[in-house]
Design a protein around this ligand. Structure first.
Ligand SMILES: C[S@@+](CC[C@H](N)C(=O)[O-])C[C@H]1O[C@@H](n2cnc3c(N)ncnc32)[C@H](O)[C@@H]1O
Length: 238
């Protein structure tokens, strides 16, 4: 597969509707490896329970209705596709993902995003105030930025909801797992290189941050609603 440093034609802003497991190898074959694969895949976690607060946690029902609690095939964390990777995950997934990360990348760091307004639940565990992401890299793609940019954590509020408006009915629906722009902007200051690939782009938050940072972006999304939202958001910053 070609290296993006040898390729003059890596897309500036390309969105693909379909399954990442098919599209990513095709994209890399056509354009070369991305400098960074940056993705927030379906997490794997238990959406049951919630105790007396469960009725107030409609977000969990939305996650379950979109099957965003069933995880992903971690073989997509692959140095054949990119020189570095950012992978968001649930606490329970870290133990399974890190061996795959280690097989493909020279070094890694586990970073965290703290929510200053978490759901007030603990339910025989801890308050869900922290999400993790792994930054893994091969030589030449080490973390970038000034010392202040290289903190291992960032504190944010839950992000504004991004709606999809059904053109036929006018009904609105909201993607349940949109990442905060502040987190994605921090990540853009930390990743090396110019090309960013997001196999699970949802509403396109990674792409918006990548284009703002003057990087080239390619993203895949399997659901047409979120694909349409991502296209709109990306066109607004392209
Ligand atoms: C956790 S969400 C990403 C949200 C995104 N970070 C944002 O800010 O909007 C994961 C997305 O991956 C999509 N998805 C799930 N399986 C997929 C697949 N095989 N190929 C492409 N996209 C997929 C889901 O439809 C969902 O929108």
């Amino acid at each position: 597969m070609r290296d993006s440093r040898e390729s003059a034609v890596w897309p500036k802003n390309m969105t693909l509707l379909g399954c990442a497991y098919k599209l990513v190898p095709e994209l890399v074959s056509a354009f070369g490896k991305a400098d960074c694969m940056c993705f927030d895949p379906p997490y794997k976690f238990d959406v049951r329970g919630g105790g007396k607060y469960r009725n107030a946690r409609k977000g969990l029902d939305r996650v379950a209705s979109m099957s965003l609690h069933k995880g992903f095939n971690d073989e997509i964390i692959n140095s054949e596709y990119a020189h570095s990777a950012i992978v968001f995950c649930h606490n329970d997934q870290l133990v399974d993902l890190l061996p795959q990360v280690k097989r493909h990348f020279h070094r890694h760091c586990v970073l965290s995003m703290h929510k200053n307004n978490p759901q007030p639940v603990a339910n025989k565990h801890y308050v869900p105030d922290t999400e993790f992401y792994i930054h893994a890299w091969n030589r030449g793609y080490e973390p970038q930025g000034k010392l202040a940019d290289k903190a291992r954590h960032i504190t944010v509020a839950r992000p504004a909801k991004v709606p999809f408006v059904d053109p036929a009915t006018g009904a609105k629906q909201f993607h349940p797992t949109v990442k905060p722009m502040a987190v994605m902007r921090k990540i853009m200051t930390n990743i090396a290189g110019e090309t960013v690939l997001d196999p699970f782009m949802g509403t396109g938050t990674t792409g918006v941050a990548a284009l703002e940072a003057k990087k080239r972006f390619a993203g895949c999304e399997i659901m047409h609603e979120w694909f349409a939202v991502a296209q709109q958001r990306l066109q607004a910053v392209a």
